[in-house]
Design a protein around this ligand. Structure first.
Ligand code: MIC
Ligand code: SF4
Length: 639
């Protein structure tokens, strides 16, 4: 049968279930990745499962989100992660080696493999033809323990690329164009598969920019074919042996097709505060800009920073503007230094940061109050930059560099001739910051090092048939995990300390949330569409669970957050009739009979004396997991 690449990879990895859109399938997972902010929790969970060594082909633990080491907490987390990697047979990429997705693409990703990572931008590896998905840390822990990963068999949307990008237009503009067409909601359960003659005109890092930010659509993953361009990239990385060709069959059919003529793509910008609010840079107009930040897993490859260096060469950034650059990896930095690009950036007035997530996750470089920041990142949710009233715009490296020069949002085509850049035929390969897995016998002797901020996992009880309590908060559409469980320099150090981090739940939405939840001894959350979009951080489920949240009732959920709620025993329910959202207010007392969760449920609003019908998409296994109080107690019970 003719197939898309998604169908081909899935067919080779399905260990249970039927390849039918919407039906649950269990996939064998070849590789996993974690980063520090979600990794500590994932490894505490892996330890709790009680397996002696990872069972995947290979697994990698990265440190890139919090590298500030402002006190012992962060440094202790890093030491814990390093010792865990040695103990359980993982690769460990040390802090300073780069952003997980960029390094994974350069040094690890294999076309045709399945990968899950405890970070929502794991689909970056789709740029090389790897079927890569973001997941909660517990699901990654289970995959490391050899368990399959369950998804709904996806609807495959073919994105047909024709033509070729014009000068000054780059991959980021393509994904912004896709986001303009499909928005940030309504894409749960879809895979975006790129095909058509335009594919060959894009390099692997270009493709990775597109699959990376595909995450913002809410889809399961995005993927490109593995072709001669992929082979060349792997060869330049000294990994030609990892090349596997992977193309869709000529008569492959897609559930839906979106066509993009690359020649017609223009410089685009996502306006505050959503990656889906996209217009052309020309339409947005010459907004005055205070800060430009370049980097993040979307746009920090050598190509991206080289083009910025060429644009800035011999010039000075606008006087009233500050510019930050965070390269994606040490390989990128080494090349920039060797080729003289680094000096061009520094001379122009850019501040070069560590090669890590940095400002993308609010670790420094927060914009001034009420100011405008233009960034090459993938998320511009309110407050994520660290400044609640900052206005963040998302653009390509070309647009960011042009803006840095003029001090206003600028269409880079106004700059004249597009500079040529040359990419290396072979990259500088230096893996001395990647610690290799230890042989089994040696690994067994490694002692895991825990600091005082690494608290044991909280344990949770089975759930009763009737849930009772108060509505603690009612929120609207598109609530992100950054709203639920904020990140940034103040909060990230508590990622391995649930009692402490739970004090920040919904902090920016309702500073009293923690106290209210404590006083009422838990309760319910009511939300609108696309609840839980954004990050994969399971803390957005685990911390509310710790505060006694019993159920979240919304119009619709984002995929990874939904899975995280199930994993931690919070019942995810949706309104049968979305208008019923209006029939519940904060402070209302509710009673929900969930029974065994095999069918719909009735919610009684005791305060308003009315009944509301709720539904869910839980499989029988999900229902069992929830009733046990979450996945860990369920695994232990079923052992
Ligand atoms: C993000 O971009 O929001 C993060 C930080 O990378 C998260 C993971 C996290 O919260 O640790 C993600 O996207 O999954
Ligand atoms: Fe890091 Fe930002 Fe990428 Fe998340 S989106 S992995 S914080 S660079």
């Amino acid at each position: 049968m003719a197939g898309t690449i998604t169908e081909k990879i899935l067919a080779r990895h399905i260990v249970e279930g039927e390849a039918r859109v919407g039906s649950e399938v269990a996939l064998k997972i070849d590789n996993t990745l974690t980063q520090d902010a979600t990794g500590t929790m994932a490894y505490l969970q892996f330890e709790a499962i009680g397996i002696d060594r990872v069972k995947t082909q290979f697994s990698v633990s990265f440190v890139d989100h919090n590298t500030l080491q402002t006190d012992f907490k962060n440094a202790d987390d890093h030491r814990f992660l390093e010792s865990v990697a040695k103990r359980y047979g993982l690769y460990f990429s040390k802090p300073g080696n780069g952003i997980c997705h960029q390094v994974f693409l350069e040094r690890f990703a294999v076309p045709g493999n399945t990968l899950i990572g405890s970070d929502s931008h794991t689909p970056t590896a789709g740029g090389i033809g790897c079927f890569a998905m973001g997941a909660g840390g517990l699901d990654v822990a289970c995959a490391m323990a050899g368990a399959p990963f369950r998804i709904k068999y996806p609807k495959i949307v073919g994105i047909k690329l024709t033509g070729r990008l014009k000068p000054w237009v780059s991959a980021k503009d393509v994904i912004l164009t896709v986001l303009q067409k499909v928005d940030v909601k309504g894409n749960v359960g879809k895979v975006f598969e790129y095909f058509g003659e335009g594919v060959a005109t894009l390099s692997v890092p270009d493709r990775a920019t597109i699959t990376n930010m595909g995450t913002e659509t809410g889809c399961t993953t995005s993927i490109f074919p593995s072709d001669e361009v992929t082979r060349e990239f792997l060869k330049a990385q000294g990994r030609e042996k990892d090349f596997v060709p992977l193309m869709p069959d000529e008569d492959a059919t897609y559930d839906e097709v979106i066509e993009i003529n690359l020649s017609e793509v223009e410089p685009m910008v996502a306006l505050p505060h959503s990656p889906g609010l996209v217009v052309s840079v020309r339409e947005a107009g010459p907004i005055k800009v205070d800060q430009v930040a370049i980097g993040s897993c979307t746009n920090s490859s050598l190509r991206d920073l080289k083009i910025v260096a060429k644009i800035l060469k011999g010039k000075t950034i606008s006087e009233n503007l500050h510019m930050f650059i965070s390269p994606g990896s040490r390989q990128v930095v080494e090349h920039l230094i060797n080729d003289g690009d680094y000096v061009d950036l520094v001379r122009a007035g850019a501040r070069i940061m560590e090669n890590a997530c940095g400002p993308c996750i609010g670790m420094g470089c927060a914009p001034a109050s009420g100011s405008v920041s233009v960034r090459t990142f993938n998320r511009n949710f309110e407050g994520r930059s660290g400044t609640k009233d900052a206005r963040v715009y998302l653009v390509s490296p070309e647009t960011a560099a042009a803006t840095a020069l003029t001090g206003r949002l600028t269409d880079p085509r106004d700059l004249g001739e597009y500079p040529e850049i040359e990419l290396p035929k072979s990259f500088i390969i230096n893996d001395n910051m990647i610690i290799q897995p230890l042989p089994e016998e040696e690994a067994k002797k490694v002692e895991i090092k825990r600091g005082p901020n690494i608290k044991p996992l909280p344990s949770f009880d089975p759930i009763s048939d009737t849930l009772e309590g108060k509505v603690l908060i009612k929120v609207g559409d598109n609530i992100t995990t950054d709203h639920i469980m904020p990140a940034g320099a103040r909060i990230l150090p508590f990622r391995s300390n649930i009692p402490e981090i739970s004090k920040f739940v919904f902090e920016a939405v309702d500073p009293e949330f923690y106290n209210k939840a404590r006083e009422a001894n838990g309760g319910f959350i009511i939300g609108g569409e696309n609840y839980g979009q954004g990050s994969s951080r399971e803390h957005a489920a685990l911390a509310p669970k710790y505060l006694g949240i019993k159920a979240v009732i919304v119009k619709s959920f984002a995929r990874i957050h939904l899975a995280n709620l199930i994993n931690f025993g919070i019942v995810p329910l949706t309104f049968k009739n979305p208008d019923d959202y209006d029939k519940i207010d904060e402070g209302d007392n509710l009673e929900i009979s969930i029974g065994d969760l095999k069918g719909d449920c009735i919610l009684k609003n005791l305060t308003k004396n009315l009944e509301i019908e709720l539904e869910h998409t839980l499989s029988d296994m999900d229902a069992e997991i929830l009733k046990c109080g979450g996945k860990l107690p369920w695994i232990k019970g079923s052992k």
